[in-house]
Design a protein around this ligand. Structure first.
Ligand code: ACO
Length: 329
């Protein structure tokens, strides 16, 4: 779609819970090793939220930081979109809980579930509201408390994920800046490779579902891996082309943080050395929808993304889904 107004990120914020759990800590929980986790994934640690800390708590903290960076008050927020696969509750939405926590009482609010692609999807939805002039300031958030949905008896999944939240405020920007191009995609035929079986209407919570451990994330790791390597590369190249740019124009990459080997493959497709890629899975693991916005906020605060830069954001996730965009700062 040709934007009526140019839309960009005018402030970012993130929050990661205090409790750090290293691979050595995981060795005490499941039959794994720091060496296995590091060499297969690149992950060295993850942070888990406190027992009484929820996805909306973390989302609200990240949101307030983003609003401060954007110099925007709660009254100015027109819409809140939360990308999450780990909502506080099935009803009400996490976005409504966040709205109440940050005092953005005049805003619309809803959740969007595209797993790890959640933030990039939320950005694109928010962008369209601002582009058409319907809204001026949209708060987009990726937030997850995955630790509540991990099976700590399944070493193939529980070592991969962490908790956290990242946020961005979208608003109109001067022409030629902001989000230059984007791509969203989904392949529902592969939905069952990454799933939580029970808790929905197909299999409501029961004594049996609890006994069968069906409320946790399960994954066909190698299928997800193959999909991720393919899609991260092709989606990145597509958005560069759609923006009318060449690879030489791209200064920096902010990828979803699932696996170092997947990130390296995407960087290679874009001809970028790893110094030009934000990597935080070493410390935080895969925070699903929170991975991209936390990495983006870190890159901005660390001064790695500067005025005039062109950055690719790219992610993939359950659904299966994917999303990418090019941002001109
Ligand atoms: N510690 C030690 N051994 C392990 C562990 C562990 N934590 N997990 C699995 N293994 C074992 C397996 O049991 C298997 O043993 P076997 O050969 O005796 O059966 C062996 O290690 C190899 O397992 P593979 O699954 O083949 O290992 P692989 O090299 O494929 O790596 C991994 C697995 C890291 C999960 C990889 O497939 C991957 O990164 N996939 C993508 C995952 C991903 O991105 N998920 C997030 C999706 S985003 C979202 O929307 C939530």
């Amino acid at each position: 779609m040709k934007s009526l107004r140019s839309v960009g990120i005018i402030g970012t914020g993130s929050y990661v819970p205090e409790r750090k759990v290293t691979n050595f800590d995981m060795e005490k929980i499941v039959d794994t090793s720091d060496e296995w986790i590091r060499t297969r994934t690149g992950i060295g640690a993850r942070h888990f939220a406190a027992d009484d800390e929820t996805t909306s708590d973390m989302a609200a903290k990240a949101a307030l930081k983003a609003m401060e960076a954007a110099n925007v008050t709660a009254d100015e927020i027109d819409l809140i979109i939360v990308g999450t696969l780990t909502p506080d509750m099935l009803l009400p939405s996490t976005a409504c809980l966040v709205q109440d926590k940050i005092g953005a009482n005049g805003s619309a609010a809803f959740d969007l579930e595209t797993a790890c692609s959640g933030f990039i999807y939320a950005m694109e939805v928010g962008r369209n509201f601002v582009a058409t002039g319907m809204y001026n300031k949209v708060l987009v958030i990726g937030a997850e408390k995955l630790s509540s949905f991990l099976d700590f008896e399944d070493r193939a999944t529980c070592v991969l994920f962490g908790d956290g939240a990242g946020a961005a405020v979208l608003g109109p920007v001067e022409d030629g800046k902001g989000i230059l191009s984007s791509e969203l995609g989904a392949d529902g035929s592969k939905g069952m490779v990454l799933k939580i079986d029970a808790g929905g209407c197909k299999m409501p919570a029961s004594e049996q579902t609890l006994k069968d451990r069906l409320h946790y994330i399960t994954m066909d790791g190698s299928e997800v891996f193959k999909f991720a390597v393919r899609i991260m590369g092709s989606a990145s190249l597509n958005v560069v082309e759609k923006a009318g740019l060449t690879l030489d124009d791209i200064n920096f990459l902010v990828p979803h943080q699932a696996n170092m080997r997947i990130i390296s493959a995407a960087a290679k497709k874009l001809n970028l050395p790893l110094e030009k890629v934000q990597i935080n899975l070493t410390e935080y693991g895969n925070m699903s929808a929170a991975s991209v916005p936390v990495a983006l906020d870190q890159a901005i605060r660390e001064g790695k993304i500067k005025e005039g830069d062109k950055t690719v954001l790219v992610g993939f996730g359950g659904g299966l889904t994917w999303g990418a965009c090019v941002i001109q700062w």
